[in-house]
Design a protein around this ligand. Sequence first.
Ligand code: HEC
Length: 116
Amino acid sequence: MRHTKNRRGRRSLTPVLPVLPVLLAGLVSSATAWADAAPPGATACTGCHGPAALGSVIPSLDGRAADDIVAQMQAFRSGEREATVMGRIARGYTEEETRAIAEWLGKPEATRHAKP
Ligand code: HEC
């Protein structure tokens, strides 16, 4: 009985094993391409401000200039501009991080998602 089980187990794994490195390499390279395209923290913004924002109360950031995004983030951080969530979010990023994210968000959609 035990012997039979082991042979069955080996037989079912064998076809998958040669493919595994290929699958893993694919995962790693696509993750790297995405990381290269977006600065740290930027994909958190697009989670709310991306296409899902259309038709919701969350304003779209499409077509906003980087300088404008930076200025709004400063206003949120200081409390000068009232907000439900952006005050707390803006305080979670340094000036440098905000600038890098704003530059990325300020690019046209096609450029932003292009692979390097
Ligand atoms: C949890 C959802 C959420 C996330 C995440 C988020 N935002 Fe927002 N954002 C909002 C909402 C809602 C508003 C409207 C102001 C408010 O009520 O906070 C807003 C407003 C803004 C505005 C002002 C837009 C305008 O029309 O004046 C800017 C700029 C902005 N967000 C940038 C960012 C950046 C940059 C990030 C990432 C660091 C980010 N947001 C992450 C929900 C989000």
